[in-house]
Design a protein around this ligand. Structure first.
Ligand SMILES: [Zn+2]
Length: 254
């Protein structure tokens, strides 16, 4: 699989996936069509598939124009958001397998940010496209679901193999990093990582994708059940879910 990372709008990432064997091309969360069409044109390729993680416009805004240009292009998107995303060809639910040429992905239900949010896990490539659920050093806002749903979704992603590379849909890492430091300032791995992130952003470099093993060590939203973390936030006797809910609420007003 070849992945091309395109920056779009202010802080969105659009990922173009190419199956190198079949030259089939997919795109994850095309917020806008133009940049994808330019890329396809430059590479003399056609678009075969759109993968949407959820219905928000900054993830689906390019769908209609891309499908108009490539009528055979299939839209793969959450079945639970069928009424919110026009022209879904393949509505998917948790556990479904989807294909792009020889590449295969498993759909994981990661509701919380929206009611039907899904992630696409390419197991053989150790890659997951996680939209607005898991960010580097952060997690998405809870718009349609409950904190419990979000926390369960994050734990699902956390349980993937440690070598999994996460591809979130936004460049939010610097703000997330500054917040994470307010929560667990004595975590030396976090301190080192934040230094690195500040430098990368100063140089205008993308900070994603990111490695799951690293996120598990420093992302506060993946650590709400870790005794060391609970101690750091003075919530040792509080349930994991309550810790998550509290940390998410603090981030909302950060
Ligand atoms: Zn969203």
């Amino acid at each position: 699989m070849k992945i091309t990372q395109l920056q779009a709008s202010k802080d969105n990432y659009i990922y173009i996936l190419t199956c190198e064997e079949t030259k089939m091309v997919g795109v994850v969360d095309p917020t806008e069509a133009e940049i994808v069409l330019d890329w396809l044109d430059n590479h003399e390729l056609e678009l075969n598939c759109i993968f949407n993680t959820h219905h928000h416009h900054d993830h689906t805004g390019g769908n209609a124009r891309l499908q108009a240009k490539f009528p055979e292009c299939e839209i793969v998107a959450p079945a639970a958001e069928y009424d919110k995303i026009p022209n879904i060809d393949l509505p998917v639910i948790d556990g479904h397998g989807v294909r792009l040429g020889k590449l295969r992905a498993q759909v994981i239900d990661v509701k919380g940010h929206t009611k039907g949010h899904v992630a696409y896990w390419f197991r053989e490539e150790n890659i997951v496209f996680c939209g607005d659920v898991l960010f580097s050093l952060g997690c998405g806002r809870i718009f349609e679901g409950t904190p419990k749903e979000m926390w369960e979704s994050l734990k699902k992603l956390r349980s993937l193999p440690e070598e999994t590379i996460i591809y979130p849909a936004h460049e939010y890492t610097k703000t997330n990093a500054e917040f994470a430091l307010t929560v667990e300032k004595n975590n030396p791995l976090l301190q080192n990582y934040v230094t690195k992130i500040r430098k990368m952003r100063y140089e205008n470099k993308p900070t994603v994708p990111s490695l799951l093993a690293v996120e598990k060590a420093i992302n506060p939203f993946l650590r709400c059940d870790i005794p060391q973390f609970k101690k750091a936030v003075n919530m040792e006797d509080v349930s994991d879910l309550e810790v998550f809910t509290e940390i998410r609420a603090r981030k909302d007003s950060f």
